[in-house]
Design a protein around this ligand. Structure first.
Ligand code: DX5
Ligand code: ZN
Length: 218
């Protein structure tokens, strides 16, 4: 499977947000990862739909994945799709019925994805395969950028890849030049990287090096 690389806007310089969106787009990355935090599901607040629509306005063709770290994502699905979310990612631990909400995301015209926290067993996503396009395996406890990759999550990726050979498997949290290779070897094909990519003076060089190194191990 082709490897996709997604800068996480959470690590951008918010004083120059439009320029940062363009820098990520021009880096050759495949899509943008947008972290929405509600200060309830996770102990932090980030941004809402206005930032998603800013991304669409600044770089309309740069694909937008929206990761909803929210207790009630079901109340905001229309809002985020209307703002420009093209893949909507909701947590299996959220307080809503995924059998109802994943089809609703698709009916709104977006791709539907499930996210699992590090402590959640992979079996939790098995009942939803027919209703989702992608599974995001968190490799940090969600809420903050810049944390260390939890390698104990790797066997979940391996088990998921064995069970669902064609599904998109994304990893998010602590991804850098080394941990990206561990994730790809385990079976992931989509890599979110926040601080690792945004701290680079030359993001394009980092994206192409990451892509080449990942291709060599998968
Ligand atoms: C964490 C977020 C991640 C975060 C990744 O709650 O879901 O997407 O932005 O940041 P890094 O790559 O710095 O760990
Ligand atoms: Zn995220």
């Amino acid at each position: 499977m082709d490897i996709q690389i997604l800068p996480s806007l959470l690590a951008a310089d918010f004083g120059s947000l439009a320029a940062e969106i363009t820098r990520a787009c021009k880096s050759g990355a495949d899509a943008l990862h947008l972290d929405v935090m509600d200060a309830h599901f996770v102990p932090n607040l980030s941004f809402g739909p206005d930032v998603v629509s800013l991304c669409r306005r600044v770089e309309p063709s740069f694909y937008r994945h929206v990761h909803l770290m929210m207790t009630r994502p079901d109340l905001y699905l229309e809002t985020f799709v209307r703002a420009g979310a093209q893949t909507v990612q909701i947590h299996v631990e959220a307080d809503c019925d995924l059998h109802a909400e994943l089809p609703r995301i698709r009916a709104l015209g977006a791709r539907a994805a499930i996210v699992l926290n590090p402590e959640t067993p992979i079996e939790a996503v098995f009942p939803y395969f027919a209703e989702c396009d992608e599974v995001l395996v968190m490799t940090v406890h969600p809420g903050y950028g810049g944390q260390s990759f939890i390698a104990d999550c790797l066997p979940k990726i391996t088990a998921l890849r064995a069970r669902a050979p064609r599904i998109d498997i994304m990893v998010d949290g602590g991804v850098n030049a080394t941990t990206a290779l561990d994730a790809v070897r385990a079976g992931a094909n989509q890599l979110v990287a926040g601080s690792f990519l945004f701290k680079q003076a030359d993001m394009a060089a980092a994206v192409s090096a990451l892509r080449a190194n990942c291709a060599a191990v998968c």
